[in-house]
Design a protein around this ligand. Structure first.
Ligand code: UN1
Length: 531
């Protein structure tokens, strides 16, 4: 692997993260830098921007390989996933440290993310020995019926930077295990870790052309999606914004394809007056501010029963003031690090105006952290990266801008309600439906919440974040299009059912017409005569 000298203070190297096409590193005329968001002088990786011709070469490699890969027995395909899991385990801490450096989440969270990849490998290495179909009885004699899961062909994978390898692994591992080949466009803020992950796939013995990696921004994604129009892509899987998800849905829809879309969220966290408040506070702080709010499962609205609203607000504010923010590469005790990239920072800063115009009251938060605008226990140099204050909006109502829009940063709104029924209505009052949570010690409240909340994932006495890798992940309403990732459910996204009938009778037996049904003509028969 090539690295280039870097002038950054820690003397870290800069990784040359090329595309990988048909098993070979592949350069391009234009490149871009992936910078450490905690210290933007540190260039973590330099990556090429895929030109149209490069995208086409990646699609050609995936198309050339798809027949041979689909014919490779599933247990053999799965063996590569098992080896990949071993390799990722072996390099867990190196990958985690690199991830923290490239996109800014804490080291502990980066380790957790790498573990999510390992868990996904664990699950799918054995799925290669199942991928069950069914044997189904025929209505004819000497005829057999079967169902098989067949791969689609070439899958385009477009992934986000906030979970640069975990979310990618939710897509790549099952897609490849199911016998598809892939063109993966990495997120522009994390091409380095994507390249390292793709290298581990190569090391695990994945044949050339099965996984092709290209880099670039949304315009490269748009170029890639032209493959849906020209027939060189049979499936698209995307995690990102609802806005882009709708565009992808249109492209796929007019070509009669169903993409897998995991989109935005404005996740509600309800605290009832019968909750354990200590537990609720801990969960609320983590859900709102952990990962600097940059999870699609992060909490957006905290919905508080009026009887505990004041106490909760006071204690929540106290806790928020104590949060340690800073450079996670140098200090492993920070709760959260920087915004992933400059445009995440810009987007975060823009939310203040919208929220104020929408009528929300700013209880806490002072925007970007600088030398002169810095929380007391900040760790590191605030001006070296993209750090922001935790932000709390109070006296919010569900119709306000701040309650309706995903900020994708450490900003939370507090909404007061008077009953469980109102809490559920308010929780359901946004266009999204990804994740949700309720803190209560009343089993009936928990039951009412889980039965009526319009969200794909629901926590009881737990944070909105932290889904386990073998449960279905995905949302209701504008958070997705009904597809699910992870566990056994994702197999439906990457295989299509084929029904086979095998006629052994040596005759043409016409279904429905030559079937030897028992004569069921109504007879003049009355039960009465027997009684
Ligand atoms: C995401 O933010 O896109 O459930 C994924 C969670 C993580 C995955 C989040 N396991 O918070």
């Amino acid at each position: 692997m090539e690295t280039i000298p870097n002038k950054n203070p820690q003397n870290n190297k800069t990784l040359l993260a090329q595309h990988i096409i048909d098993g070979k590193d592949f350069a391009d005329s234009t490149t871009f830098e992936s910078k450490n968001p905690s210290n933007i002088e540190d260039v973590v990786a330099v990556a090429p921007v895929a030109q149209k011709n490069t995208v086409n070469q990646a699609l050609q490699a995936a198309n050339k390989t798809k027949k041979a890969w689909a014919q490779t027995p599933a247990p053999i395909r799965a063996q590569i996933i098992a080896t990949l899991g071993d390799l990722v385990k072996k390099h867990k801490d190196e990958l985690a440290a690199f991830m923290t450096r490239e996109m800014g989440k804490t080291f502990k969270e980066s380790q957790g993310e790498v573990q999510e990849v390992i868990d996904t490998c664990d699950f799918f290495q054995s799925e290669g020995r199942r991928l069950y179909g069914q044997t189904v009885p025929s209505e004819m004699r000497n005829k057999e019926l079967f169902t098989y899961r067949r791969p689609y062909g070439v899958v385009a994978v477009i992934t986000p930077s906030n979970f640069p390898i975990a979310v990618a692994s939710w897509k790549l591992i099952p897609a490849i295990l199911c016998g598809n080949t892939v063109v993966w466009k990495s997120p522009p803020e994390a091409p380095g870790i994507a390249y390292l992950f793709a290298k581990l796939w190569q090391q695990a013995g994945l044949p050339s052309g099965v996984l092709n990696l290209i880099h670039g921004d949304g315009s490269v994604g748009a170029t890639l999606l032209q493959g849906v129009e020209d027939g060189s892509i049979q499936k698209v899987t995307f995690t990102g914004s609802t806005r882009v998800g709708k565009i992808i849905g249109e492209i796929c829809g007019r070509n009669l394809q169903t993409p897998s879309l995991e989109l935005g969220g404005k996740n509600p966290l309800v605290v009832m007056d019968d909750a354990n408040l200590d537990l609720a506070l801990e969960g609320a702080i983590w859900a709102s501010f952990g990962t600097a709010g940059q999870r699609c499962t992060s909490a957006g609205n905290i919905i508080l029963h009026k009887n505990i609203k004041n106490e909760f607000t006071t204690r929540f504010l106290e806790r928020a003031k104590q949060i340690k923010i800073g450079n996670p590469n140098e200090d492993r005790s920070v709760l959260y690090g920087p915004m992933i990239d400059e445009h995440y920072l810009t987007h975060f800063m823009e939310h203040f105006d919208h929220a104020k115009k929408g009528g929300a009251n700013l209880l806490y938060g002072k925007g970007r952290i600088t030398k002169d605008n810095c929380p007391e226990n900040f760790s590191g140099n605030p001006e070296a990266g993209y750090f922001v204050w935790p932000t709390i909006w109070d006296r919010v109502t569900i119709d306000q801008w701040i309650a309706q829009n995903e900020v994708f940063g450490p900003a939370i709104s507090l909404i007061e309600v008077s009953s469980i029924e109102e809490a559920i209505d308010v929780a359901n009052g946004t266009p999204y439906g990804l994740s949700s949570a309720i803190y209560t010690n009343n089993r009936m409240h928990a039951y009412q919440f889980k039965s009526n909340i319009q969200s794909g994932m629901c926590s009881i006495n737990n944070s909105t974040t932290g889904a386990e890798a073998h449960l279905p992940f995905g949302g209701f309403k504008n958070s997705g299009n009904g597809t699910r990732e992870s566990g056994i459910w994702v197999v439906d996204a990457f295989t299509q059912w084929q029904a086979v009938n095998d006629e052994l009778s040596g005759k043409l037996q016409l279904a429905q017409m030559d079937t030897e049904f028992v004569d069921t003509q109504p007879q003049s028969f009355s039960l009465k005569e027997l009684i």
